[in-house]
Design a protein around this ligand. Structure first.
Ligand SMILES: Cc1cc2nc3c(=O)[nH]c(=O)nc-3n(C[C@H](O)[C@H](O)[C@H](O)COP(=O)(O)OP(=O)(O)OC[C@H]3O[C@@H](n4cnc5c(N)ncnc54)[C@H](O)[C@@H]3O)c2cc1C
Length: 407
């Protein structure tokens, strides 16, 4: 169509998958825009614990698989980016601690070493809250990033080609043999875009977009999670607890907008919590914490605020709804649809997308300056049900407000 902006690729969705793919494609010379309907990373990326997994959980059983090999490359990919274009990203921790409720058996130690490019080593800096846990406690070379900061760094680098549309209904997509035609409503303006390829990276938004385009929306699966948050006078702790030979509890630490520490608590409790009430999930989380850290007493936990947040994960469909091990990428004519499965795997998905595209043919085009750019999403611990949460973002529901500070 005359007057349309002509692109090599149009990306829909500005979570980690969309932003990392945008960065990869621009570095390879593609004319590409990214359209976001709410805040960048609203949904999974902002809720994520930020661990750049190196394959530990696949390796614990002692078996190296294609998945464990692929994910084992990710820490180095991220390390290179964190020393280069992402050098200003906030790091929650340079490593994760690993300990077990029953002591790390020899098998787990061997397995942990087997699948990782860099070996776990005995931890040198063990926080007081881990007094009394069965030794050894290991340092695993998995960096923990602040997801909001990653979103911000990538968005800042590419703000000239990122655009916010007026919600999901502000984007109308039509795929055809030559590519895609998009009509975008944005703050009173209408833009028409023609792109040779459409790249859907909208997390849970991929399902409805695919349905509206007449594509099979059952190829996305949703796995429920209820993430637990604890807020208060907490030490910095980033690590995994093993029970038997399986990861059981994962704790990461961030701070809210007022500088109060927040633990994100995931693992089995978050998976089981998806079908439990917030209150029972919190009770289970407290029981798991005291089991994982004998030095922590129930009275210590009662001095904290606990909250939960529904945090579903959206992934490519698998048999029986099990967790995929690698990213999913669907190639259907001129439309590509992807789910990274993990924050850590976003570079791998971006590479797969770049390899599936024809060579670039269009000249760079920039989003007009007068159109709105989306902001990175706010962590759910920074929102209250009454605060002005941005669309698509969920506030945590807290059981008490001892540590809440006025905005
Ligand atoms: C609680 C939790 C903890 C996790 N912890 C980790 C971890 O520690 N390490 C790890 O590697 N992985 C982790 N993950 C997984 C990881 O967060 C996700 O795999 C990853 O963030 C998915 O990124 P995404 O870009 O595909 O989706 P999202 O982050 O959900 O982003 C999708 C984007 O698309 C936008 N969008 C939606 N609909 C539309 C539309 N119609 N038009 C335009 N834009 C749209 C959304 O607003 C959003 O910005 C965790 C996930 C959860 C839920």
């Amino acid at each position: 169509m005359d007057g349309d902006t002509q692109l090599d690729a149009l990306i829909v969705g500005g979570g980690i998958a969309g932003l990392w793919t945008l960065d990869t494609l621009r570095k390879r010379g593609y004319a590409v825009w990214l359209i976001e309907s709410a805040s960048l990373g609203a949904g999974q990326t902002i809720q994520s614990q930020g661990i750049i997994h190196g394959g530990l959980k696949y390796a614990l059983g002692g078996n190296a698989t294609a998945a464990s090999n692929a994910i084992a490359d990710m820490p180095q990919r991220w390390a290179d980016a964190l020393q280069g274009p992402l050098r200003d990203v906030a790091i929650r921790s340079r490593n994760c601690l690993l300990w077990s409720t029953g002591g790390l058996g020899r098998l787990a130690m061997v397995g942990a070493k087997l699948g990782l490019r860099a070996r776990p080593t005995p931890a040198t800096n063990i926080p007081n809250c881990l007094a009394g846990v069965p030794r050894p406690v290991l340092d695993v070379p998995e960096v923990v990033v602040e997801p909001a900061s990653v979103l911000n760094a990538l968005a800042t680098a590419h703000k000239d080609v990122i655009l916010r549309c007026d919600g999901p209904s502000g984007l109308c997509l039509k795929a055809h043999a030559q590519g895609v035609s998009a009509k975008v409503q944005s703050a009173g303006s209408t833009l028409c875009i023609s792109a040779d390829r459409l790249v859907l990276l909208a997390g849970g938004g991929n399902g409805p977009i695919r349905a509206a385009m007449g594509l099979d929306d059952t190829l996305m699966q949703t796995r429920g999670l209820r993430m637990v948050l604890a807020r208060g006078d907490l030490p910095v702790l980033n690590g995994h607890v093993i029970k038997g030979s399986k990861p059981w509890l994962t704790i990461t630490t961030t701070t809210d907008a007022h500088g109060v520490r927040v633990w994100q608590i995931g693992g089995e409790v978050a998976e089981q919590g998806a079908t439990m009430t917030p209150e029972s999930t919190i009770d289970m989380a407290k029981a798991h914490l005291t089991q994982a850290m004998p030095a922590v007493r129930a009275s210590d936990l009662n001095a904290l605020d606990f909250g939960t947040i529904e945090a579903p994960r959206y992934e490519g469909q698998t048999t029986g709804g099990r967790r995929p091990e690698l990213p999913t990428l669907l190639l259907e004519g001129t439309t590509l649809t992807g789910w990274p499965t993990k924050l850590a795997l976003a570079p791998l998905l971006a590479d797969q997308i770049a390899e599936a595209l024809p060579p670039p043919t269009h000249a760079t085009a920039l989003v007009p300056n007068n159109l709105p750019r989306p902001s990175p999403a706010e962590g759910p611990w920074n929102q209250s049900p009454t605060s002005k949460a941005r669309p698509c973002e969920t506030a945590a529901t807290w059981n008490s407000d001892h540590w809440a500070r006025a905005d």
